[in-house]
Write a protein of this length. Structure first.
Length: 162
């Protein structure tokens, strides 16, 4: 299953839907993660907050390919995208294992194929390097076999990359 997580304006929604199985819109119309870890222990992969991100863990956890479209924010995800990723911590469990000779949380949904990030907006070379490292580390932590980062100035270029 291909999932696209994006922070784009609503006008892009219809076009994005033609490129994937599920869409998560990071529009900020949801609560921030409370850090309760209920999605880890009490209600596995389900947030106790009854908003549109309640099932984000399950959607992201079941993705073979996760495509994140985000505005550059100092070499990292936009605040809204970061908020969604924070709310998806339930894709793993509180238990630990070794992956890539490093300690990581055990995956609740198994391994995945591609963690892809499409970054738009002004971005320096240092920020590009930060983004590449961030995507690589996120992919490893969440059990993705590989990561890609692509930088676009114009969002129509990004649509072609989907």
């Amino acid at each position: 299953m291909k999932v696209i997580l994006h922070d784009l304006d609503p006008q892009w929604e219809e076009r994005i839907l033609t490129h994937c199985d599920r869409v998560i819109t990071a529009d900020g119309k949801y609560a921030a993660c409370q850090g309760c870890f209920g999605c880890w222990t009490k209600h596995p992969a389900e947030c106790f907050m009854k908003d549109k991100l309640k099932e984000a863990c399950r959607i992201i956890g079941q993705a073979d390919e996760l495509v994140i479209i985000t505005k550059n924010l100092y070499g990292g995800y936009s605040a809204n995208v970061k908020n969604v990723l924070d709310r998806s911590i339930g894709t793993s469990t509180p238990f630990s294992t070794y992956r890539g000779r490093q300690m990581h949380h055990t995956l609740r949904y198994g391994k995945h194929d591609l963690w892809k990030v499409i970054v738009y907006g002004e971005i320096s070379e240092a920020e590009k390097e930060s983004f590449r490292l961030l995507a690589e580390r996120n992919a490893l932590n969440d059990g993705y076999a590989r990561s890609e980062v692509q930088f676009v100035q114009d969002l129509t270029e990004g649509e072609a990359l989907l």
